[in-house]
Design a protein around this ligand. Structure first.
Ligand code: ADP
Ligand code: ZN
Length: 289
């Protein structure tokens, strides 16, 4: 059985064909410009592929409420050309197959719980630290949507006393994304993040913010696994720093076998950066309308 998978991002649209084992059979990447230019190219790719369903893991905010008149639309996004764009309707009209639809980060998480680092686990979170910061939540064996979908990149953090950088987020003066996303790191230190590997102070501060956020999420959601992905997490020296600071934040208040084995609790993404597109395959497999 063939499934279509679309990982819709702000800079590129990854289109793939996969099977029910999450195997990617072929894939292409199309630059994200405007819907008028980008969507026909995507449709063109999928239209002769004989797919049973399509899964779309999409940048947000998006409407995931199947009862809503704007279900499947992109909502108020800074990417103006995509504001109010009917992503699901456009693909459904063009391909006439069932469409599964969720956030990009929920897609990545779904890939990880189905085939990757959190396979078979009932409660997990996935956070990407890249151009932005976002996260998906898997709770009691299902993705959390709630009234919209989680936006955990914007939780408020206590700023480090030695950090004079102004938060990058236009909405908040001290949020996880505004203080820790790739562009914030690069603006604060005035260098490409991948060129800062040997600057300890960069990763001390970065891990301070990420660990603070994780400790809050652990207290609220009680995940059994935390997966960290995105470009910044390619700096693997962050992992031990984050683990240590998470334990310092929790300060012995929670005692579980997961926290005792923290090296296997806070872990990198397990699917070689294919978690998003593989999650979109699973969204297609689960599509019911
Ligand atoms: P996106 O979030 O746009 O999907 P990425 O997850 O690759 O894409 O995030 C891009 C950001 O991650 C950039 O801001 C860049 O600075 C940072 N980045 C990418 N690769 C690395 C790396 N090897 N080391 C550190 N930072 C990186
Ligand atoms: Zn914010």
């Amino acid at each position: 059985m063939l499934y279509g998978a679309l990982e819709a991002g702000g800079t590129k649209m990854v289109c793939a064909i996969g099977d029910e084992n999450g195997k990617i059979i072929e894939q292409i990447s199309i630059p994200t410009t405007t819907p008028d230019e980008t969507m026909p190219a995507i449709i063109d790719y999928f239209k002769d592929k004989d797919i049973k369903a399509l899964g779309i893991a999409c940048f947000g905010p998006i409407d995931l409420d199947k009862k809503s008149s704007t279900y499947g639309h992109i909502l108020i996004t800074p990417k103006l050309a995509w504001r109010n764009f009917d992503m699901v309707g456009t693909m459904k009209n063009a391909l006439s197959v069932p469409i599964g639809f969720d956030t990009d980060v929920n897609g990545s998480l779904l890939g990880e719980v189905t085939w990757g680092a959190a396979k078979g686990i009932s409660d997990a979170i996935y956070i990407t630290i890249g151009t932005g910061v976002g996260g998906g939540i898997w709770s009691n064996g299902g993705l959390v949507h709630g009234m919209l979908h989680p936006e955990l990149g914007h939780i408020k953090l206590i700023k480090a006393s030695n950090d004079s950088y102004k938060c990058r987020c236009p909405y908040h003066d001290s949020c996880l994304e505004g203080l820790s996303c790739g562009p914030a790191v690069e603006e604060r230190w005035n260098a490409k993040a991948r060129e800062l590997t040997d600057k300890d102070e960069v990763w001390e501060l970065e891990s301070y913010y990420i660990a603070q956020a994780l400790a809050n999420l652990i207290l609220i959601l009680s995940p059994k696994k935390i997966i960290l992905g995105g470009g910044i997490m390619h700096q693997t020296q962050l992992f031990p720093l984050i683990r240590k600071k998470v334990l310092e934040n929790i300060n012995g208040y929670i005692v579980t076998k997961e926290l005792e084995d923290i090296d296997n609790y806070i872990i990198p993404a397990g699917l070689n950066d294919d978690q998003g597109i593989m999650g979109a395959i699973k969204l297609a497999m689960d599509a019911d309308l």
